[in-house]
Design a binder for this molecule. Structure first.
Ligand SMILES: N[C@@H](CCC(=O)N[C@@H](CS)C(=O)NCC(=O)O)C(=O)O
Length: 209
């Protein structure tokens, strides 16, 4: 059984989508990252920085989104969300899975907080370089790692969706819009969005109409 440590409408939402794509049974443990007093200290035994997501799979704890994706896709290979070891697609898949956390996320967060910086001094480079890489890649193939949907799409696509719809900092480009439409049409994406909305509602995050 998988216990999924999650906060609605947060970085862990891309793992919620992945779990829906996998089809494996899981239960959600809500971590209130927005609580006035902060996340309870005992959660640190699960996630050392008290952040979401984290998973516990039959007693094995995994943290960090790229590691969680990699672990779950290997644990549930029948879902076909990761190219097999030895497949040439494995290289772009792993590259984009790691790129999502090590470049895409920090660059986006810096942009959202209004930090301007020269790409050269930082391991993640500049916003314009990151956007150009996404545009080049998605102009050449329908999914971020190739012709097939993989877990890397839940991380890059989920992050792009947030950047476009919530942060409103993703540049308007037809190739981005087409990619996000392709992903939003997936039943698992819709289910995860509905579940997240309901969790957000229960957590009092939805303003009454
Ligand atoms: N490197 C972590 C980052 C996770 C992360 O930043 N989570 C945010 C959610 S948006 C969080 O839990 N923030 C709560 C806090 O910092 O107290 C990962 O990729 O899993």
């Amino acid at each position: 059984m998988i216990t999924f440590y999650h906060a609605p409408w947060s970085r862990s939402s891309t793992i919620l989508w992945l779990l829906e794509e996998l089809g494996a049974p899981y239960r959600i443990e809500h971590v209130d990252i927005r609580a006035a007093g902060g996340v309870p200290e005992d959660y640190r035994s699960i996630q050392p920085n008290k952040k979401v997501p984290a998973i516990d799979h039959d007693g094995v704890v995994v943290t960090e989104r790229a590691a969680i994706c990699s672990y779950l896709c290997d644990a549930f290979p029948e879902a076909g969300l990761a190219p097999a070891i030895g497949s040439p697609m494995r290289a772009p898949y792993l590259t984009w899975l790691v790129y999502a956390d090590s470049i895409f996320d920090p660059v986006l967060a810096a942009k959202a907080h209004g930090h301007e910086f020269m790409g050269g001094g930082y391991s993640y480079g500049s916003f314009s370089e990151m956007i150009a890489n996404l545009e080049r890649t998605l102009s050449s193939r329908p999914y971020i790692a190739g012709d097939r949907f993989t877990a890397a799409d839940t991380q890059i696509g989920g992050g792009m969706n947030y950047a476009a719809k919530v942060l409103r900092i993703l540049p308007d480009k037809p190739v981005f819009a087409e990619y996000l439409e392709r992903l939003a049409a997936r039943p698992a994406f819709k289910r995860s969005a509905e579940k997240d909305f309901e969790l957000a509602r229960q957590a009092g995050m939805v303003k009454p109409a």
